[in-house]
Design a protein around this ligand. Sequence first.
Ligand SMILES: *Cc1c(COP(=O)(O)O)cnc(C)c1O
Length: 439
Amino acid sequence: MKPQTTDMRQSAERRRTADHGRTGHCASIVPTTVYAATAPVPGLPDHSALRAALAAAAEDVIIYDLAGIGRQYAALCAELPGVAVRFAMKACPVDEVLDHLARLGSGFDAASPQEIAQALRTGVAPGLIHYGNTVKSDRNIAEAYRLGVRDFATDCREDVAAIAEHAPGSRVFCRIATTGEGALWGLSRKFGCSPEDVPRVLGAARTAELVPSGLSVHVGSQQMTAEAWAAAIDSLAAALEGLGRRGITPDRINLGGGLPALGVLDRRGRPLEPPLDKMFVVIREGMERLRAVNAAPLDFLLEPGRHLVADHGAIRAHVARLSSRRRLDGTREDWLYLSCGKFNGLYEMDQLRYRLEFPTHPGGQFVDAVLAGPTCDSDDAYAQEDGPVRVPRAIASGDPVWVHSCGAYAAAYSTRGFNGFAPLPYVCVGGPAPDGGGA
Ligand SMILES: *Cc1c(COP(=O)(O)O)cnc(C)c1O
C-alpha cells in the first residue's frame, strides 16, 4: 500500500530543504516499515499517530500531531473552564498548528509584528491576538496597531508612553516579575516589574488615556512546582489591592505560560514528573481568590506554549556515527553523533534531555555514549558532566533515531543552516481531511 499524502506545506525558509510529500492535508500515514515498537511511556498522551508517522518516515523530518495538539488544548480548557487561551506562538510557529488551534477557538500571544501577521493569516480576529512582549520599539508598536492589535503587555512607564503615542487608546496589561524558581528557564530578570510598581505603571497608562485593563505573570518555562503558581497568585493579589487603592480596577488577569511538557527528561536523563494536577488546583483556587479581591468581575487568560505542543511533536533523525575515542587523559569514550542537534531541532538540550528510541535496534547490547549533534560546535551536545545515554552497540550510520517530545521550540530555534545543516522539513499528521471531514 502506498503511503497517503502527508500535509507538507513548507514555510518559506524551509523550501530549500528536501521535499517529503505533496502539499495538502492528510488523514493518515500508512507505515511502510513496521518496527518493533517499545512500549509507550505510561501516563503520556496517545502517540499512535506520531509513532506511525515516525515509522513511515524514510528521511529526517519533524512531525507534528495536530489531533494530539487539539486533544491537549481541549484537556487544558476542561481543567480551567472559562479561561481564554492565547497560544504563545514562538513555541511552534508552524502555520498548520496555528490554523488548527485557531479552528478550535484559541487566540495568540504574539511577540512581534511578524508573529501578529502570521497569527492573522489563520483568520482569527485581531481581538484574539495580543502583543505579549514587554520589549518593543516604537515602530513595532505602530505596526501592531496598524494590524489591528489593541492589547499590549507592558512593565514600565517608558513603554506605556510609547504605546500611548503609537497605539492610542489601547488596552495595556502590566507584567509582574516572578522569581522563576522551580522552572527550567526562569525568565525572571528581563521582564516584569514588582507588584509595588504596578500602580505607578498602570496609573501612567490611565493618565495617557490608555485603558489599564489587566495584569500578567509568567512563572518560568517548564515550571516544575505548583508553589510557583501560588507565589504568582500572591503577587497578583497584592498588585490588585494596590491598584484598588488607586481606584484602578482591571478586568482581566493573564496567567501566562510555563505549564510543563510531560514527556521530557531532566539533564541527567531522569523523567521529569511535574505535578500538573496540583498546578491546576492551585490555579483554580487562585482565580477564585483574585476574583474576591477585585472590585469588578475578572476574565482570565492563559498563554501556554510548550504544554500544548511539546509532547505532540517528534523528530525522525538518523545516526551519523557511533565512535569510540581515547581522550587526553587516556580514558576511552563513546560518542553518538546524530543528524540533528542543538541547531536543527534540539535547541533545549542544554537544560533537558529527550526520550530517544532506536527502532531498528530495540534490544541487544548497549554502550554508554555522549550524545551530540552533527555540527562543529562543541555546545551541540549533552553536557558531559550530566552523564551518558544508553545506545545500542550495533547501531550504524544511517540507522533511524526517534526523538520524542520535541514539538516545542524546535522550529523557532532552528538556525538557517549552521554548518549547512538546514532546518528539518516538517509534516503534520492528524489534521482535518481536505473535504473538511475529521481525520
Ligand atoms: C514564551 C512565552 C510564553 C510561553 O511559555 P511556555 O513556557 O512555553 O508556556 C507565554 N507568554 C510569554 C509572554 C512568553 O514570552
